[in-house]
Design a protein around this ligand. Structure first.
Ligand code: PRT
Ligand code: ZN
Length: 284
């Protein structure tokens, strides 16, 4: 028995999807000129597909799971379950108008023609805010639509914002925040469900590890109390005596978000020789 998982064949999510599965300890060939491949050390068959098709394939049961942008899942409205946010492929679906437009607020969009590849999400957003505007669906290069007179505004994915900038547009409203997600079919057989749960367990430990760092430092014993208070650790920090009298080595795990603040406070408390090491897997 294997679990069939669909990932993007080429494009923005391909590399990170492959990296995530590999970091989960799953070995497979990476799909150049291939439609599918089987992992050698985990019951997984990987399908390489266009991202837009992945929700449909998962709904139909051609694949039991998939990795795809949440934006695609929500736009396609397929009957699939979002199992886990994956922390990559982050972007936002945003409305933008010409930089010279004297935009003041959402009501300024009334009566405008909005070009987008996300008609479902944009209509829902406009309806929610009771704005009547015309949606013009186009499949690519949405950002050039205002410049060629095809539309007054656009709604497209943005990450750095440089595409909007280069096309003389300004972002005025976020419609959706998105990132890659792991989806699954709604009714998997028991063996596939068991494999999915194993995969999810591994993905969660990889995500946790990516978000945390292992930290080692030397501390004078008379400051240990203060230093330990700064380091929560998984349970509590490990403290080992150094060969030099009056000093200890302290080991702990810190969240990346709090990292720099903690380091500054540790130094201020007299910590020395601080080492920071990436964590490969983290199981709690
Ligand atoms: O061939 P296939 O159909 O599989 O790929 P695709 O061309 O449809 O998709 P692809 O690879 O471009 O994007 C796949 C997924 O990556 C999207 O569905 C999003 O979930 C995610 N993602 C993250 C992005 C971006 N960031 C992004 N910036 N997808 C597209 N863009 C585009 C955007 O459409 C615009 O043209 O990049 C441009 C804007 O980027 P900035 O950095 O200039 O703001
Ligand atoms: Zn696509």
């Amino acid at each position: 028995m294997v679990l069939k998982i669909a990932i993007q064949k080429a494009g923005r999510l391909h590399e990170e999807s492959v990296r995530l599965l590999r970091d989960c300890g799953i070995d497979f060939n990476n799909g150049v000129n291939k439609l599918r491949t089987e992992a050698t050390n985990f019951p997984l068959e990987v399908y390489f597909l266009r991202d837009d098709d992945i929700p449909q394939y998962v709904e139909d049961g051609v694949a039991e799971a998939g990795i795809v942008g949440e934006n695609v899942v929500l736009e396609r409205q397929r009957e699939v379950l979002v199992q886990e946010k994956l922390g990559f492929g982050r972007c936002r679906l945003s409305l933008a108008v010409s930089r010279t437009h004297p935009y003041q607020g959402l009501s300024d969009l009334s009566g405008l023609k909005i070009a987008t590849s996300y008609p479902v999400l944009v209509s829902a957003f406009l309806e929610k805010h009771q704005i009547r505007a015309e949606i013009h669906e186009i499949s690519g290069s949405v950002e050039i639509a205002p410049g060629i007179g095809l539309a007054d505004a656009i709604c497209d994915l943005v990450s750095s914002g440089s595409t909007l900038f280069m096309n003389g547009l300004k972002e005025v409203q976020t419609v959706l925040e998105s990132e890659a997600v792991l989806i699954s079919g709604k009714s998997l057989g028991a063996p596939q469900e068991a494999i999915l749960q194993k995969l999810l367990f591994r993905i969660k430990s990889v995500k946790r590890a990516r978000h945390n760092k292992y930290i080692l430092l030397n501390a004078p014993n008379d400051r240990l109390g203060q230093i330990i208070a700064l380091l929560p650790g998984m349970k509590s920090p490990t403290v080992l005596p150094l060969a030099e009298k009056g000093w200890s080595s302290v080991h702990s795990v810190v969240d990346e978000d709090d990292f720099w603040g903690i380091i500054e406070n540790l130094k201020a408390c007299g910590a020395q020789g601080i080492l920071v090491v990436p964590i490969e897997k983290m199981i709690i």
